[in-house]
Design a protein around this ligand. Sequence first.
Ligand SMILES: Nc1ncnc2c1ncn2[C@@H]1O[C@H](COP(=O)(O)OP(=O)(O)O)[C@@H](O)[C@H]1O
Ligand SMILES: O=C(O)C[C@@H](O)[C@H](O)C(=O)COP(=O)(O)O
Length: 331
Amino acid sequence: MSLITFEESRPMDFIGLGRLCIDLNANEIHRPMEETRTFTKYVGGSPANITIAVARLGKASGFIGRVSDDQHGRFITKYLEDRGIDTSNVITDKSGTVTGLAFTEIKSPTDCSILMYRDNVADLKLEPADIREEYIKNAKAIMISGTALAASPSREAVFKAVELARKHRVVVFFDIDYRPYSWSSREETGIYCALVAEKSDVILGGREEFDLLEAPYGPLQKDDQATADRWFAHHAKIVLVKHGGDGSVAFTKDGQSFTGTTFPANVVKTFGAGDSFAGAFIYGLMNGWDISRSQQFGAASASIVVSSHSCSDAMPTAEEIQAVIDKHTSR
Ligand SMILES: Nc1ncnc2c1ncn2[C@@H]1O[C@H](COP(=O)(O)OP(=O)(O)O)[C@@H](O)[C@H]1O
Ligand SMILES: O=C(O)C[C@@H](O)[C@H](O)C(=O)COP(=O)(O)O
């Protein structure tokens, strides 16, 4: 009996919810942002990247979000459409909001940072009325990004989406996706993200992100198994703790744990690892693969994306991921 059941009769495999943004990745790498003159524009935003990854792997995908009523918003919507992602629930926000921008600084393969411009962003204007029960109930899974909880009305929209997903047995993935810029305090982040984590089937995050959810209620567990047990006491069936270049550990409610290794990479930049990992890991779970194989698929996908300049454009096909696994795994 599988830990998670996807309702196979649903026409839509996967829905992403949250921010649709733009990444501006430095072209002149290995130097600080102050000395960077040109950038390449890509669609970005963690839940967008994950949805693009899942769609690239062949799953029928859609998105719930708001984009700005300008050239950037139209660029994002068209990009999703060109990749076969359903945009019927991507709403153009008419209140004068803008598209969130992430300027990425690539100083070295290990020293990367992101400068976010997120004042008055369209994605946080998602409203509860934008969340349509008919849309959610036709899906097998939904991915919630923690950043969508950073402000109202998007926060309420997330809670509505999660309740409807639970009502209709849509598997809820929650990526903590902590982006400090969008929040007013760490306590606010921890408290709201914990409320959604309690209702989620699969929770993904880094060690520090899980600490953030534990901090308001202290003391910190400091231990991945103890952290996982905390969420298993609620609704979670799988808790995956990401450890960057050291891989990941997945815990399951039936008491097992699985250590995921990494694949060699010619690292261009570190960001995009988590999103590509998540997309391929989710794909594996949706195919009914076991946790270890899904983790391996995620890690191989991440090794491709950290070796590339972009996140969204670089999301690989299943064949490309399998080729990495075959190359580095002895048979
Ligand atoms: N330098 C790297 N080389 C190869 N794989 C990596 C590297 N960094 C991360 N990964 C892979 O990506 C996964 C997620 O990375 P991580 O950095 O923990 O996520 P996030 O980007 O969300 O912080 C890791 O578990 C690992 O499999
Ligand atoms: O999420 C954003 O707004 C920026 C992303 O598009 C960016 O590329 C990034 O940070 C990827 O995140 P990660 O996969 O968690 O490293």
